[in-house]
Write a protein that binds this ligand. Structure first.
Ligand code: UFG
Length: 326
């Protein structure tokens, strides 16, 4: 059973590859290394390639026995997408259609798609379940929404079966301390706070403290990377056995404000660093908190890291093990 993992050298893809291999699947990572790290792909095969290169992609399908694709290769910064929307539509929409077109030409009709909580936009009700209206407020969310909308069409015309996961905020490092979150440039809150812990940067900026939330800073629902990966494997099993398309939220159902995340990291690490309030970042929603009851009920998903502090501890352990911090 071979699984093609696009974006397999990235933060989420590499963790999913690790857990797939541990659970007996063969993986082929396909990644252009624009953001991923070759050294993160420590299990299975690695092919350097771009989704725009459909000839290469088609050869990969012909030369392997791939029966399902997990598609992680995408740009992920909602804030950047506001400044450079074409970059996001080009990669996250057009390249996804390239992938689907190539899969269908090669008679592969099973897909696990990385969607996002950003498809919901500013929530009308909390917690957000899968039936919440979709009203994305940034091009990143719009791109993922557009792809989601094409999937039932390909199901009808070509029998494409797809499980889409709408991620809330992926965070943490794997428990063995082998893989963790690194982006270049870094834009994500938790890694940026750890940059201040290590002294790499001198302070942390809070992007806005005038939101309609109890402490005025944005609230997010953080989900541990291993829990996220495990949900994908459960989704894969369901797709292989049951073969029906579906959509699941993945989050912990608990919201933490930016200030609470900073406090949790100070508590776990014992570090002190300065914090300044800066302007709001364009494209940010005030609050995203999931209901992931559907994934728990239908997939039997049981998150192992429901608490933020435990998630933060895994990052701290990974940083210490990798000697990125002393
Ligand atoms: N933030 C700061 N200071 C920083 C960095 C971030 O205050 O230096 C704030 C942001 O404004 C936001 C929160 O911290 O309110 C979280 O920001 P991140 O950049 O870490 O993550 P996002 O919520 O913007 O986006 C992430 C993923 C998306 C995904 C989304 C789903 O990057 O791909 O979670 O909730 F869609």
């Amino acid at each position: 059973m071979q699984v093609l993992v696009t974006g397999g050298a990235g933060y989420i893809g590499s963790q999913v590859i690790k857990q797939l291999n541990q659970q007996g699947y063969e993986t082929i990572a396909y990644d252009n290394l624009s953001y991923g790290y070759r050294e993160s792909v420590r299990w299975g095969e690695f092919i350097e390639g771009d989704l725009a290169d459909t000839d290469k992609l088609e050869r990969v399908f012909h030369e392997h026995n791939i029966c399902v694709v997990m598609h992680f290769a995408a740009f992920i910064s909602a804030g950047e997408s506001v400044i450079d929307p074409i970059k996001y539509y080009q990669n996250n929409v057009i390249n996804t259609l390239n992938l689907i077109h190539t899969m269908l030409r090669c008679n592969v009709n099973k897909l696990i798609f990385s969607s996002t909580a950003a498809v919901y936009g500013e929530p009308k009700t909390i917690p957000i379940d899968e039936n919440h209206p979709l009203c994305p407020i940034n091009p990143y969310g719009v791109g993922k929404y557009l792809v989601e909308k094409t999937l039932p069409v390909f199901d009808k015309t070509h029998g494409l079966k797809c499980i889409s996961f709408r991620y809330f905020n992926a965070a943490g490092a794997d428990a063995d301390g082998e893989l963790g979150e690194m982006h270049d440039p870094e834009t994500h809150l938790i890694p940026l706070i750890f940059d201040a812990v290590s002294g790499k940067t001198k302070d942390v900026s809070i992007f806005g403290d005038d939101y309609n939330t109890p402490d005025g800073t944005c609230i997010r629902d953080y989900i541990h990377i291993s829990d996220l990966a495990q949900a994908h494997i459960l989704g894969l099993t369901r797709l292989l056995n049951h073969a029906e398309s579906d959509i699941f939220n993945l989050g912990n159902g608990a919201g933490y404000s930016v200030k609470e995340v900073i406090d949790a990291i100070k508590k776990v690490t014992g570090a002190e660093f300065s914090v300044e309030v800066a302007a709001r970042r364009a494209g940010d929603t005030s609050k995203l908190i999931s209901s992931s009851d559907k994934a728990k009920e239908i997939l039997g998903w049981k998150p192992q890291y429901p608490e933020l502090e435990k998630i933060v501890e895994t990052v701290w352990n990974w940083k210490k093990k990798a000697k990125q911090i002393s």
